[in-house]
Design a protein. Structure first.
Length: 307
């Protein structure tokens, strides 16, 4: 299982290079008991555009789950992929994107919400224990961010991060001076795929490495990792993962908004969805992964739309 998970890293390198590349809907129709009636042919109720970052697998997984569910109640769904959170929030505020299917607006993306929040509406929280972390391999002999300042040589003076515009990157940049790391470490930013490549290489060689991570994320189980304690709380508190819509979305698409608001996932449910989408099925087979997840877990929820 672990080997299959790690092999997905290369696929993310290709996915992360896409910018505003539209994907055609799979055209699946169906009927549903949601809202008291059947869905009818896909697209008859209008088109909804989902914007997400493929390298951020929380949004990747929930985007394809939403596509499946919204198409089953009669909407056409367009998928737009981006590589940075900033353009995604801009697109959402301007109405170029209708829904951001996995946002971190409470802490991680708070600055984006301060800028664009008046043009965005919250469609609901689907997961309530998301958090940003600094992680090292399990075999590394430190347990707290507080210990990093004296261990710069051990880690080559580098913390490997993800995209420069990510909320995680901004929070890490705020954290570093609080622990005195800004003078002894460089935060290396590029992409999630690049960070995972460095992490894979280091753990295979049993070398020390420090990376920026988050929960929920499949890499926490795929690699031998531990979160460093954060006694100063500099990486922020746990927060919720939200579905965000462009301003006026619920008024224009009330049935879609009602469905989206009902979606709730716990750790195990979310973890199984992400594992199937990212690892078991992989790039190009996301819709199949969602079908498999719904087959296994659909009866656990009162919001799932059936064929």
């Amino acid at each position: 299982m672990r080997k299959r998970r790690i092999m997905t890293i290369a696929a993310f390198g290709a996915a992360a290079s896409l910018t505003l590349a539209g994907c055609a809907s799979d055209g699946a129709g169906g009927t549903t008991e949601f809202g008291g009636g059947g869905g009818g042919p896909t697209g008859e109720k209008g088109t909804i555009t989902l914007g997400f970052l493929p390298s951020w697998t929380d949004g990747l997984s929930t985007a394809y789950l939403l596509q499946d569910q919204l198409e089953k109640i009669g909407f056409n769904v367009e998928m737009k992929t981006l590589t940075e959170a900033g353009p995604l929030y801009t697109g959402l505020a301007q109405g170029d994107v209708d829904v951001f299917p996995s946002a971190w607006p409470e802490i991680t993306h708070a600055e984006y919400m301060a800028t664009y929040g008046d043009s965005i509406e919250d469609l609901g929280t689907y997961y309530d224990n998301a958090k940003l972390t600094i992680a090292v391999p399990e075999y590394t002999d430190i347990d707290s961010i507080d210990d990093l300042a004296a261990a710069g040589d051990q880690f080559g003076g580098k913390i490997f991060g993800i995209e420069p515009g990510a909320g995680l990157t901004a929070q890490t940049q705020k954290m570093m001076p609080e622990y005195g790391l800004d003078s002894s470490y460089e935060l290396v930013t590029s992409s999630t795929a690049a960070m995972l490549t460095e992490l894979k290489s280091a753990t295979e060689k049993k070398e020390d490495i420090v990376v920026t991570l988050w929960r929920p994320f499949w890499a926490n189980d795929a690699f031998p990792l531990k979160d460093l304690e954060d006694p100063k709380g500099a990486m922020g508190e746990a927060e919720g993962l939200h579905f965000l819509g462009t301003d006026g979305f619920a008024a224009e698409f009330p049935e879609a908004a009602e469905l989206i608001e009902k979606i709730k996932l716990d750790d195990a449910q979310y973890g199984s969805l992400e594992d199937l989408v990212v690892n078991e099925y992989g790039e190009g087979r996301e819709a199949e992964a969602v079908d498999a997840w719904l087959e296994e877990h659909g009866d656990d929820f009162d919001w799932v739309v059936s064929e």
